[in-house]
Design a protein around this ligand. Structure first.
Ligand SMILES: C[S@@+](CC[C@H](N)C(=O)[O-])C[C@H]1O[C@@H](n2cnc3c(N)ncnc32)[C@H](O)[C@@H]1O
Length: 288
């Protein structure tokens, strides 16, 4: 799987940029009074701040970072040079590449990709565009807020007939599908959930997944260096976990054979796991 990701054009921060981040920008962001930073962001009409204040960690702020080209000066500083936004764009590239390869490897064509906490579906649409083989996607989100934007992207990219948006709680996913998924995508959601919520969701997904099918998710580390800023200024309380911690949670819900890929800033790992075969029931054992 390593060769799948070797040629991705990641964004990297050189030594000087890392030094400036550590010695100047992160301490300012983390320790300047929150009221002052909020005032500056409000004065600078920061879209990134406004969308986080409205919906902390929601899909809109993600799209601003993914696009990487905001108009306001405050956003340009945060999005272009902030470690978190850069790492998000790297995660987008890494996630899309892995999903495209899984689509190409899938035993079914078209492959069915189920996206949990999908937002507007940016990463899966990148993957569908990159894959050589045919696929379609079911995108589930609690909020239908992102769907109009997602549909408009899908229309522009010729994917509108291959994406199906469903508003609902991903724990009810069993009732939403008429065909089992070949791949399940859970990028950009675990960091907003507790361990218990993750296990609940992953168990529900496992119930509809055939043995050997793939699940793609991500960890989040503190390497971005601005957790204090996100908590105080954006009201964003994210759960940082190692890949091993998440693999343990996903393992307890029926997955194994994890392979983990780190993006160059060390903020995110994108991890692929496989659905374990269901254990034989005692009845089946007895009758064989
Ligand atoms: C940060 S956004 C990420 C969107 C997208 N996955 C991405 O990476 O661009 C997280 C999304 O998860 C959704 N979400 C959180 N808990 C959920 C649940 N239990 N069921 C469905 N959606 C959920 C939120 O509504 C939100 O749109």
């Amino acid at each position: 799987m390593e060769s799948w990701v070797q040629d991705i054009e990641f964004e990297r921060h050189g030594r000087l940029r890392r030094l400036v981040r550590t010695v100047i920008s992160n301490p300012i962001a983390n320790y300047l009074p929150a009221v002052m930073l909020k005032g500056l962001l409000r004065f600078g009409k920061s879209d990134l701040a406004m969308s986080n204040w409205k919906d902390p960690g929601g899909w809109r702020s993600m799209v601003i970072s993914y696009d990487g080209n905001p108009t306001q000066i405050a956003d340009r500083i945060l999005v272009k040079s902030g470690a978190m936004s850069t790492a998000l764009r790297n995660r987008r590239r890494l996630g899309a590449r892995l999903l495209a390869r899984l689509i190409d490897e899938s035993p079914s064509e078209p492959a069915h990709v189920l996206c949990l906490g999908a937002g507007p579906g940016r990463i899966i649409m990148d993957a569908m565009n990159q894959a050589d083989r045919d696929s379609f996607a079911t995108l589930v989100d609690l909020s239908s807020d992102a769907f109009e934007y997602g549909r408009s992207n899908a229309r522009n990219e010729g994917l509108i007939d291959r994406v199906h948006f469903i508003q609902g709680d991903v724990r009810d996913v069993k009732q939403m599908l008429d065909r089992p998924p070949d791949i399940v995508k859970m990028l950009g959601i675990c960091e907003y959930l507790t361990d218990e919520q993750i296990v609940d969701i992953v168990r529900s997904a496992a119930e509809v997944m055939p043995a050997g099918s793939s699940i793609v998710f991500n960890s989040l580390s503190l390497a971005h260096g601005t957790n204090r800023f996100f908590r105080r200024v954006f009201g964003l309380h994210m759960n940082h976990r190692t890949p091993e911690h998440l693999e343990c949670l996903f393992g307890s819900a029926g997955f194994a054979d994890f392979v983990s890929h780190e993006e160059p800033l060390g903020v995110y790992h994108v991890i692929v796991g496989r659905r374990k075969p269901a254990p034989e029931s005692n009845d089946e054992k007895g009758s064989s």
